[in-house]
Ligand binder design. Structure first.
Ligand SMILES: Nc1nc2c(ncn2[C@@H]2O[C@H](COP(=O)(O)OP(=O)(O)O)[C@@H](O)[C@H]2O)c(=O)[nH]1
Ligand SMILES: [Mg+2]
Length: 366
């Protein structure tokens, strides 16, 4: 006891020598804390999620996002048990450059669909963690109505980690949200980099938001991203902007004609809308419904999901192999040495890679 108190940085230190009441015992305090925040069992997590309990859903998502091994293990068990109840939703990716109006648009389209009885989960992928902290605050004010809508659930991007890690977590979060009864999932991403491709790989429908008053280059939208779009919405078609938005719509329609036909046979649609006045918002939902009906009729809907599942499996293997290789102690110490040989032209890059891989195979085959 006395020894412990030595290290105890507290005013109580001056009372050294006096027997402390049991309530100051650290074990006791921890026990009390634990009693106040009971750790849920696997079954409690799964039944809570299945019952649509948001607090439990949020806790499970926190486990997915956690970097602790024990959390990760429990999270995987929860996902496994939720999987049979997942999949029954429409997953929609929404992208566009910062400022195009994604958050405002999500509020508008989100309210439209919760009003007609849908249950919506809004997730986001934004691997630039520092920025996302700011944008979460921004989004909260732009999604005022959805934030208090009992039929909507908003969860900001898991901020830490690589894009691959964030994408995997988001896919897992989708599963939990679906098991919790959300039948529509929005995944928002900032249209400036690789994250669109990651979102495209986990959604059924990909919506690109654009503005009328800037060229494609100015909007930082690459051709590859336009090719992924199932629909393009020219947002901010309100006030003085309406005519310009219509013109832009015609231009994008022409541009899309030059693209190769999509795998699904669906012809990407272009529409104008205003997240402010909410003109065109219902029409966009109709386009999404048309797409779903069309791709379910020609089986593309389920083929695409199967393809995505297969790719997730392969990607996961890639990630784990890579992690395993680079986190291996021997390999870690060998890399700088072999690298030095490459830099001083003693061996080729190819031979250096072979050397490291052979060392690795030896280690794992031991
Ligand atoms: N005029 C007009 N402004 C809009 C519209 N949608 C969003 N905005 C404004 O555009 C700015 C960026 O919106 P935000 O939703 O934060 O964009 P995000 O960065 O893509 O999420 C904000 O000032 C919004 O009020 C719209 O439909 N019309
Ligand atoms: Mg936003």
């Amino acid at each position: 006891m006395t020894e412990k108190r030595e290290n105890y940085k507290s005013a109580l230190k001056v009372q050294e020598g006096i027997e402390q009441p049991s309530s100051l015992n650290a074990d006791y305090i921890n026990k009390m804390k634990a009693a106040r925040q009971p750790v849920l069992s696997l079954d409690e997590f799964v039944s809570g999620i299945r019952a649509g309990n948001r607090t439990i859903l949020s806790k499970a998502i926190t486990l997915i996002e956690s970097s602790l091994n024990e959390h990760h293990k429990l999270a995987q068990e929860i996902i496994e048990k939720c999987l049979p109840f997942a999949g029954n939703s429409i997953r929609i990716g929404i992208t566009g450059v910062p400022g195009v109006g994604k958050s405002t648009f999500i509020e508008a389209l989100g309210k439209h669909i919760t009003n007609i009885g849908h249950k919506l989960a809004v997730l986001a992928i934004d691997p630039s963690s520092e920025r996302s902290k700011g944008s979460i605050l921004g989004d909260k004010t732009r999604m005022e109505e959805l934030a208090v809508d009992p039929n909507a659930f908003i969860r900001p991007s898991p901020s830490a980690g690589s894009l691959g890690g964030v994408a995997r977590k988001t896919r897992e979060i989708i599963i939990l949200c679906e098991a919790a009864g959300f039948n529509t999932i929005f995944v928002e991403t900032v249209g400036v980099g690789q994250s669109e491709t990651a979102v495209h790989s986990m959604v059924d429908f990909f919506l690109l938001l654009m503005l009328s008053n800037a060229g494609d280059e100015l909007q930082g939208i690459k051709r590859g991203i336009m090719e992924m779009a199932d629909a393009i919405a020219i947002n901010k078609a309100d006030g003085d902007n309406i005519e310009k938005a219509k013109l832009a719509m015609a231009q994008y329609k022409n541009a899309l004609h030059l693209f190769p036909p999509t795998d699904s046979g669906w012809i990407p649609q272009v529409a104008t809308c205003s997240a402010y006045t909410r003109d065109g918002i219902a029409g966009l939902w109709d386009i999404i419904m048309e797409y779903v009906a069309y791709t379910k009729a020609n089986s593309y809907f389920s083929l695409k999901r199967q393809d995505q599942s297969k790719n997730i499996m392969l990607e996961t293997i890639n990630d784990f192999l890579k992690d395993n290789f680079y986190s291996n102690k021997t390999i870690k110490s060998l890399i700088p040495l072999v690298q030095e040989e490459v830099l001083s032209d003693k061996i080729s890059s190819y031979m250096a890679a072979q050397k490291l891989l052979e060392a690795y195979y030896k280690i794992i085959n031991k």
